[in-house]
Design a protein around this ligand. Structure first.
Ligand code: HAM
Length: 445
C-alpha cells in the first residue's frame, strides 16, 4: 500500500514544546504503570525489581520444562483479533488506523500472534512445539483491582499434540511456576473444567448451535453477576439457572479431565487441582479442557487462565495449517497482589558487590582502570563519578549495600596498593591492584 507520511510542521512542534515547558506537567495515562527501582517513591508506583523477579522465575521454570522463548510484534492487524478472540476482548482493543491506512491494534493477548507465527513456518519446527513468551499486553478495560490497561503476561503453549498428556504438562507447569514463587496449596488452586462437557450439556438440552458461544459467555460471567440477571440471561437462551447450577455442583469429571487429574496425581500435584465447571473461559477459541488459577480464599481475580484451542491455527492460517494447540496466560498484576498479600516477595535492594573509593584525585585514572577490570571480571562495581569527600563516598557504598569497598593507596615506596574492605566484618586487607579482579572473583564466588 502507498504510504503518505503526514509529518507535523516543525513550527507546530516548537509551539507544543514551549507550551509544555511553561504550563504542563505530564502524568501517565490511567491504567498504565511507571516502573521504578526500589525503594519506590510512592505507593501507586510499580516495582521494576518485582517485575524482573517474576520474569526471572517465569523464564527459569519454563526452561526447566523444556520450553523455548519466542516473541512477536506489539502491533498486529486488527483482523487478527476481530474474527478470532471473541466479543469481550474485541470491545477492549486499543486499535487505530496507521499512517499507511492500515487497521491495526496493540496486542490484547498473545495467542493469535503465536498461532500466526507457528502457522507461517510450521514445517520448520519439530512437534510438539513448546514455547513461552512474556509480552506486554494492552486492553482498554475499566481500571479496577487486578485489571489495568496494560499488563505483562507469561504465556506457555504446546502445539502439535492432541493427547491430554499435554494438558497435564501445562497445568503442572502452571502449578510449578506458582510454587517457585513461594506459593503453596494453601494459597492457590487450579480450577479445571471442559468446554466439551459444556458443549454436551448445551447440545443435550437442545440449545441453538448458533448461540453456543453466547451461552458460554453467560456461564463465564455467572460468578460475577446477580442470580436474577443470570436467570434472565439463561432463560433467553432456553436454559434454567437451577439446571446449570446442578451441573456445576455435580462436578463429575469427564474422561479427559480424569486423565489430566491422574497424570497430575502421578507427579504428586493432585492437591493443587479441582474439577470446577463454573470455569469455562471468556475467549471464543477454546475447544477442550480449560482451567483457571485462583487464590484459595477467592479474594482476587484469576491469576492465570488457559486451555485447548485446537481450531485456532487453522482459522488464522486460512485453513493451510491444522495443529492442535493449548496454553495458558498468567498476568503479573494479580500475581503481584497475591505475593504481596502473602508476604512472599523478597526485599529488593541494590546489588552492588564492590564500591571503589577514590580518595586521591591523582589516583582517579588508576581507579578507573581498576573499576573497569572488576566489571570485566563480572563483579558488579560502582564508584563516585566526580570528586567527593571520602566519608560521602563511603556513605554511598553503604546505601548501595556494597559487599566490599576497594581503594587505591600509594605505599611509602611509591608503589600502588588496593585496600579491600569487607563491609560485613569491616576487615581490611591489601591486594596488589593487578590481582584485585581475580581476588574479588574468588571472594564473591
Ligand atoms: P486471559 O484469561 O484473558 O487469557 O488472561 C490471562 C491472565 O492475564 C488473567 O488470568 C489475568 O491474570 C491476566 N490479565 C488479563 N487481562 C488483564 C488486565 N486487563 N489487567 C491485568 N491482568 C490481566 C488470555 O489472554 C489467553 N490468551 C491465555 C492463553 C494462552 N490461552 C492459551 N494460551
Amino acid at each position: 500500500m502507498h504510504e503518505t507520511p503526514r509529518r507535523r510542521p516543525p513550527r507546530l512542534i516548537m509551539a507544543l514544546t514551549r507550551t509544555t515547558n511553561q504550563h504542563m506537567a505530564f502524568e501517565r495515562l490511567p491504567g498504565f504503570r511507571d516502573f521504578y527501582p526500589e525503594p519506590l517513591p510512592q505507593a501507586d508506583t510499580a516495582s521494576a525489581d518485582a517485575r524482573q523477579y517474576l520474569f526471572d522465575h517465569w523464564r527459569r521454570v519454563a526452561r526447566g520444562y523444556g520450553f523455548r522463548e519466542y516473541d512477536g510484534p506489539p502491533l498486529e492487524p486488527l483482523e487478527l483479533y476481530t474474527a478470532k478472540s471473541g466479543a469481550e476482548i474485541v470491545g477492549q482493543l486499543y486499535n487505530f488506523t496507521d499512517k499507511g491506512g492500515r487497521e491495526i491494534s496493540l496486542r490484547p493477548e498473545m495467542t493469535p500472534t503465536l498461532a500466526r507465527l507457528v502457522a507461517a513456518h510450521e514445517r520448520h519446527f519439530k512437534k510438539p512445539i513448546k514455547w513461552f513468551a512474556i509480552p506486554q499486553l494492552f486492553r482498554y478495560e475499566r481500571q479496577q483491582r487486578g485489571r489495568l490497561r496494560e499488563h505483562f503476561q507469561f504465556n506457555a503453549d504446546i502445539l502439535g499434540e492432541s493427547d491430554v498428556a499435554a494438558d497435564a504438562e501445562l497445568v503442572a507447569l502452571l502449578i510449578d511456576t506458582l510454587r517457585a514463587l513461594g506459593l503453596g496449596q494453601e494459597d492457590f488452586v487450579i480450577r479445571l473444567s471442559s468446554r466439551n462437557a459444556w458443549h454436551d450439556f448445551f447440545a443435550s438440552r437442545h440449545g441453538d448451535p448458533a448461540r453456543e458461544y453466547e451461552f458460554f459467555q453467560v456461564i463465564d460471567k455467572l460468578e460475577r453477576d446477580t442470580p436474577e440477571n443470570n436467570r434472565d440471561k439463561l432463560a433467553r437462551l432456553g436454559f434454567k439457572l437451577d439446571d446449570v447450577s446442578a451441573f456445576i455442583s455435580g462436578g463429575q469429571p469427564t474422561q479427559e479431565l480424569q486423565a489430566i487429574v491422574d497424570n497430575l496425581a502421578a507427579r504428586g500435584l493432585s492437591d493443587y487441582v479441582k474439577i470446577d465447571y463454573a470455569v469455562i473461559r471468556g475467549l471464543a477459541y477454546y475447544t477442550g479442557p480449560v482451567f483457571e488459577a485462583f487464590d484459595r480464599q477467592g479474594q482476587f481475580r484469576a491469576i492465570a487462565g488457559g486451555g485447548r484451542y485446537d481450531n485456532l491455527v487453522k482459522l488464522i492460517s486460512g485453513g493451510k495449517v491444522d495443529l492442535p494447540a493449548l496454553g495458558f496466560g498468567m498476568g503479573d498484576v494479580v500475581l503481584l497482589e497475591l505475593l504481596k498479600d502473602r508476604r512472599r516477595l523478597p526485599a529488593f535492594k541494590p546489588a552492588v558487590e564492590v564500591f571503589c573509593l577514590v580518595e586521591e584525585e591523582t589516583l582517579r585514572p588508576a581507579s578507573l582502570r581498576l573499576v573497569h577490570d572488576l566489571r570485566a571480571a563480572g563483579c558488579v562495581t560502582d564508584y563516585f563519578l566526580t570528586p567527593a569527600k571520602p566519608d560521602k563516598q563511603f556513605k554511598r557504598a553503604l546505601e548501595l549495600n556494597a559487599k566490599y569497598t576497594v581503594r587505591l593507596c600509594q605505599a611509602p615506596d611509591g608503589s600502588c596498593q588496593a585496600r579491600v574492605k569487607n563491609l560485613a566484618t569491616r576487615e581490611e586487607q591489601a591486594v596488589p591492584p593487578g590481582e584485585a579482579a581475580a581476588w574479588f572473583k574468588t571472594a564473591l564466588g
